[in-house]
Design a binder for this molecule. Structure first.
Ligand code: GN1
Ligand code: MG
Length: 362
């Protein structure tokens, strides 16, 4: 879409000032995001085209997000936190009062742009502790949302379901790519039972679902200049899940010494200093709400997310790249290999992780 058409979309929203300019923003793999510059000193905005092939129920999606941001805003007010507009997303409404616009089959939304933030591809050991603390708080804040939230993507972090998708991809071999990746499929299958532990514990009634963000990669966090977390963005996947989701997915990006799609696997390792700092902060602030089963399985969560992401990227590669935005033909394969390397590295530190958590608990 050209800029005039995008500006036209902006005009359907009740923004605080007139939209002047629209330009691409960020590097999400699912939705398409733009920065909207407005006239004068009023806030700028973020405009997003929601990928409705993936988020098929915009009504539920936006309802979840509105409920969650309202809840967080109220908690921050109660806690006397300042600068709330920089710590919680604020969505614009359309001229007829809705939180999204459907136009020619496309779903749009707008939120206020938070200025002077830093987005990072990683965190330092110092900030990992603070980030852990903030995440623990974030989950604790969400723990008492009275409303029932919907599952915006059904079975999103359900490991059994993700494996079933991989198995279907393998059985169909639609893009004819199976031969070159069979070795990786075998590696993943050999870990499948262990990695479905969360679902088993849940069925046995030993593991609760809570409201989680479910996409806590570092990219989805806005930091201030000191490295403190200001705000968690990308709330589309906020839904009931195991606490492992947010803990594990954060470490998947933050503790990776390389990139998510690093071509050089020597760059990719699981950084235990980041693990320790983050886990210390997280346990300090979330301990009151976490059960023993949840705490005991945090090291499992640190492995689960590189594993799940390998399964997802690989299934998409085998299917011929129908889900994730890719930049080149082998991109999903490169991503799969990098996530698998991260998994192997995390596995090699499992004992150390368990020991560290035991020490923390004293
Ligand atoms: C996607 O939209 P984005 O880039 O923040 C994906 C996550 C993956 C992530 C991998 C809805 O997140 O689950 O972990 O890519 N989101 C969805 O980078 O599938
Ligand atoms: Mg994102």
């Amino acid at each position: 879409m050209n800029e005039t058409e995008l500006l036209n979309v902006c005009q359907q929203f009740a923004t605080k000032s007139k939209a002047l300019k629209v330009a691409p923003l960020g590097n999400g793999l699912i939705n398409t995001t733009y920065k909207v510059t407005t006239e004068g000193s009023a806030p700028d905005y973020v405009l997003q085209l929601v990928n409705t092939d993936i988020f098929t129920d915009p009504e539920m999606l936006m309802n979840n997000i509105v409920v969650v941001t309202r809840h967080i805003r109220r908690k921050l007010q109660e806690q006397g936190v300042g600068d709330i507009n920089r710590r919680c997303l604020q969505f614009a409404t359309t001229l007829d009062g809705k939180h999204y616009l459907m136009q020619q089959g496309k779903c749009w939304r707008m939120m206020e742009f938070i200025p002077d933030t830093v987005s990072r591809s990683g965190v330092s050991t110092e900030s990992a502790y603070i980030v852990g603390h903030t995440f623990g708080n974030f989950q604790a804040m969400l723990a008492d949302i009275p409303e029932q939230l919907g599952e915006t993507i059904k079975d999103f972090h359900n490991m059994e379901f993700r494996l079933q998708q991989l198995r279907e991809a393998v059985a169909e071999n639609r893009a004819g790519r199976l031969d070159e990746v069979q070795w990786l499929v075998d590696e993943l299958e050999s870990r499948a039972d262990d990695m479905c532990r969360g679902e088993r514990l849940h069925r046995e009634g030993k593991l609760p679902k809570r409201i989680c963000h479910c996409d806590t990669k570092v990219d989805n966090i806005l930091f201030d200049r000191n490295g403190d977390v200001l705000c968690v963005i990308d709330l589309d996947t906020v839904m009931p899940n195991f606490v492992f989701s947010d803990f594990g997915d954060f470490l998947r990006s933050a503790a990776n010494t390389g990139a998510e799609d690093d071509e050089n696997l020597d760059n990719v390792n699981f950084n235990m200093d980041i693990f320790r700092a983050f886990t210390r902060g997280y346990i300090e602030s979330a301990r009151g709400m976490l059960t023993d089963v949840e705490i005991d399985n945090l090291p499992y969560a640190a492995c689960l997310f590189p594993y799940m992401q390998t399964v997802r990227f690989l299934a998409d590669y085998i299917n011929g790249d129908t889900y994730y935005r890719t930049k080149y033909a082998e991109h999903n394969l490169v991503r799969s290999k990098a996530q698998f390397k991260l998994l192997q590295s995390a596995e090699s530190h499992l004992q150390e992780m368990k020991q560290y958590i035991a020490e923390l608990l004293g």
